[in-house]
Design a binder for this molecule. Structure first.
Ligand code: C2E
Ligand code: CA
Ligand code: CA
Ligand code: CA
Length: 287
């Protein structure tokens, strides 16, 4: 609509302006948002490809913004990283998710074959270099009464490329306690595969781009070969392989045949409220 001010604003790129204003607005609103409890977590199940059982879930944070509605992490995590708010926000996500895992475990217990339901939490590189990480994690697990074995911290491959011993030390300490460390978005960061041996990781999380190559049937033969190679290398290093972004049954079947261990994606469930995992795990437990 034309205003009394004429067309002055139409000369600029209105969308770019809106984006910049929003980015600035979101950045300044972040600290209060944490105080006001505007963040919430959705959980997406992790499914064992061999038997289809739900083994746990990944915690994915969202922001219920009073004006803009629900914002995905891609909109605000980079801003939180830039301002340092990611440290308290990440701690909050870890605390909430671990408490949630405790509730699932109390309701379903898990069985001898699968163990208790597990919780995967994303860790930003800033949290990795924050000196409180190990102690905070220990405190959170102890307060909730959750075993370190039930926690997996996901760190992106790019965050660990060229990581020196100082950066790896907290991860090593956590791994020694029994926390699993997963290398997230694996395959996108050009990491030296031989380097995997010096990283304290126990899980490779294969990036969605590989899963996408398996959408057609027959799948892209080059993609198949690459995934096959990664899986056999991972297993020879005693690493489990999780695949993300599984959207169809055909993909799931292909990835199972290729030897992947665990899968996550819309085919099983979209990220959702914690009660949803109760239902999925319960159906699963009763057959
Ligand atoms: P990610 O760790 O790679 O998480 C997987 C993303 O793929 C999620 O996006 C999930 O909703 C989406 N996804 C799951 N299944 C499918 C599928 O079948 N198809 C497609 N196309 N997408 C699928 P989301 O929730 O928007 O999260 C985006 C990224 O934000 C995450 O990528 C993660 O890097 C980051 N993130 C989320 N929560 C946190 C957090 O608490 N802390 C930190 N530091 N980062 C977080
Ligand atoms: Ca992740
Ligand atoms: Ca473990
Ligand atoms: Ca990813």
């Amino acid at each position: 609509a034309k205003s009394a001010g004429g067309n002055r604003f139409e000369l600029a790129d209105p969308e770019a302006d809106a984006r910049a204003i929003t980015r600035h607005g979101l950045t300044t609103a972040l600290p209060a948002a944490l105080d006001r409890n505007e963040f919430f977590i959705e959980y997406q199940p992790l499914v064992h490809l061999g038997d289809g059982s739900v083994r746990g879930a990944e915690a994915l944070v969202r922001w219920l913004h009073p004006q803009h509605g629900v914002l995905g992490p891609d909109r605000f995590i980079p801003l939180a990283e830039h301002t340092g708010l990611i440290v308290p926000l990440g701690r909050w996500v870890l605390d909430q998710s671990v408490r949630q895992a405790k509730q699932w475990q109390e309701r379903h217990g898990g069985n001898d074959a699968t163990g208790p339901l597990r919780i995967n939490v994303n860790l930003s590189p800033c949290q990795l270099s924050h000196p409180g990480l190990v102690q905070d994690t220990v405190d959170i697990l102890e307060r909730a009464g959750v075993s370190p074995d039930a926690l997996c911290l996901e760190v992106t491959e790019s965050a660990l490329i060229g990581a020196d011993d100082d950066l790896l030390k907290p991860l090593r300490q956590l791994a020694e306690m029994g926390v699993d460390i997963a290398l997230d978005d694996f395959g996108t960061g050009y990491s030296n595969l031989a380097n995997l041996r010096r990283l304290p990781v126990s899980i490779l999380k294969l990036d969605r781009s590989f899963t996408q190559g398996m959408q057609q049937f027959p799948a892209d033969p080059v993609d198949l070969k690459i995934v096959e190679g990664i899986v056999s290398l991972a297993h020879s290093l005693n690493l489990a392989v999780t695949v993300e972004g599984v959207e169809t049954g055909a993909q799931a079947e292909q990835l199972r045949i290729l030897g992947c261990d665990t899968a996550q994606g819309w085919y099983y469930a979209r990220p959702g409220p914690p009660e949803r995992l109760h239902e999925l795990a319960l159906v699963d437990a009763t057959g």
